[in-house]
Design a protein around this ligand. Structure first.
Ligand code: C2O
Length: 488
């Protein structure tokens, strides 16, 4: 069988039945008991599960605890396993849907479509594909059913600001174990469902798309219950290949710790399977005949010579690892609880001798040297949000730096957005988490540089403004342990 193509959901030709059959399969899988690995509940629980969460209200009989420990709540977040784990998860999910469709009398070879919310050629791109909002949850299996009075989703579109693809600029896949920088694919960790710093692609667009849609999608414990989840992740998986194809030293880790790491799943016949990361790096070979993405060549891996050459000639200064760990140059000295109000926090510059070098670079090295094509600027600055703990699904908070008027959001000072996706899971101690919360890091070099160039930057002042997009829902809370500035 030839490699299947995963298609752009917005480019499915008229009369295409991909989504029709997806809907039928979802409905069928929802009728299977949670003890059946091919059921909708079981598939969603592989990602996350919490039986007291209202969306899980009617789950029924559960698999034995030992099986739950091995196969459920496995999602890898804040880790360099984020991309390969979700690729494996999707591959088995797709196989299960495809078999369900054949068993229902449908065509063979079903492939998961992807939702490209970043497509600037498609004015509707940021909206959920119409098939997912048509009808009602009772008539359309592609809707997310409500839990009592709680709607299945909060929004039918994502914020255009949340789907820009700055992450593709990051050249290194694996982030530092400290999370600074976080890397394209996430920091080096062991098995880590949500404890460490979220990688660049994971923070944006991945996490923001989750919380923008909200409802079940807003929480890793319930996200897999929403049929749109899998189209969102097909897109994230596609962006991994897009990133590799951009070249210029971009490549997957070569560390055996990563390549040999294995995860447990069930296939479409309900048989236990183990997959290693190294087995899913070529999409055209995943689970045998594999897949490719519409519009994205599944290119051959780059040779190490080509990699070396492109590293020498094309890397942006400061992006390659020169072996110097970033140093903390400024930080808050108390934790910060967020609520419905805009808040402003000042970071205190730390001036111990060891830090003077990096702080000096932060304060002086950038103006004039930071223009496009500059090869002498090596300063990079990272705004780091540490040990974020919380409850429920907090709103997105936009981050601004040194606003001239703190009551007015000025986009020239915009530094990123905090999604807090999975903050509740990361805050609770259980078998998979130590409860120390989550971490987000933002490379603020570009915004600081452009403010400096326009003389809108006061190096003596380092204020971080956090502005909630909406009022938090009752019962939700979020607290940031520390905000720090790292300089390299
Ligand atoms: Cu494991 Cu989109 O989440």
């Amino acid at each position: 069988m030839p490699t299947r193509e995963r298609k752009d959901v917005y480019q499915l030709p008229a009369g295409d039945t991909t989504l029709e059959w997806y809907a039928k399969a979802v409905a069928k899988m929802r009728t299977r008991p949670a003890t059946d690995p091919t059921s909708w509940s079981y598939q969603a629980a592989i990602h996350g599960f919490n039986k007291v969460n209202p969306y899980w209200g009617n789950v029924g009989t559960l698999p034995p605890p030992g099986q739950q420990t091995e196969y459920w709540k496995q999602c890898q977040h804040g880790s360099w396993y984020f991309l390969p784990w979700h690729r494996m998860y999707l591959a088995y999910f797709e196989q299960i849907v495809a078999k369900t469709i054949v068993d229902l009398g449908g065509p063979p070879g079903w492939s998961l479509p992807f939702w490209n919310y970043s497509d600037t050629n498609n004015p509707k791109a940021t909206h959920l594909p119409p098939a997912f909002i048509a009808g009602t949850p009772a008539t359309n299996p592609l809707q997310m059913p409500p839990a009592g009075h709680i709607p299945g989703r909060k929004n039918n579109a994502v914020h255009p600001k949340d789907v820009t693809l700055g992450a593709l600029k990051t050249l290194i896949f694996q982030g530092a174990p400290s999370g600074i920088p976080a890397g394209f694919g996430g920091p080096v960790t062991g098995f880590s469902p949500s404890g460490s710093t979220h990688g660049d692609l994971e923070s944006k667009p991945h996490d923001l798309v989750h919380v923008d849609i909200g409802g079940a999608m807003g929480n890793p414990q319930t996200a897999g219950l929403d049929p749109i989840f899998y189209l969102h992740h097909a897109n994230i998986d596609r962006l991994w290949q897009v990133w590799l194809n951009m070249g210029h030293a971009r490549h997957n880790p070569k560390d055996t710790a990563w390549l040999n790491f294995a995860f447990d799943f069930h296939d479409a016949t309900g048989t236990p399977k183990v997959l290693k990361v190294s087995e899913v790096l070529d999409t055209t070979k995943v689970l045998g005949n594999g897949y490719s993405y519409q519009g994205v060549p599944a290119s051959a891996p780059v040779t190490s010579e080509a990699m070396f050459a492109s590293k020498l000639f094309s890397a942006a200064p400061g992006d390659l690892d020169d072996g110097m760990p970033p140093e903390v140059a400024a930080a808050t000295n108390t934790s910060l609880s967020l609520d419905k109000s805009n808040s402003t926090t000042s970071l205190q510059l730390l001036s111990s001798n060891r830090k003077t070098g990096s702080l000096h670079r932060f304060n002086t090295a950038l103006p004039g040297l930071a223009g496009a094509g500059s090869s002498t600027n090596t300063a990079h600055s990272y705004l780091n949000f540490e040990n974020i703990i919380g409850k429920g699904i907090p709103p997105v908070y936009d981050i601004y730096l040194n606003l001239p008027d703190e009551n007015k959001a000025d986009e020239a000072h915009f530094a990123g957005a905090l999604p807090f996706f999975g903050v509740e899971t990361a805050s609770s101690k259980d078998s998979h988490h130590n409860g120390s919360g989550q971490h987000y890091v933002f490379d603020i070099s570009d915004v600081v540089n452009s403010l400096r160039e326009n003389n809108h930057w006061d190096p003596q002042k380092l204020q971080v403004h956090l502005r909630p997009r909406e009022a938090p829902e009752p019962g939700c809370s979020v607290e940031i342990g520390r905000i720090s500035l790292y300089v390299k």
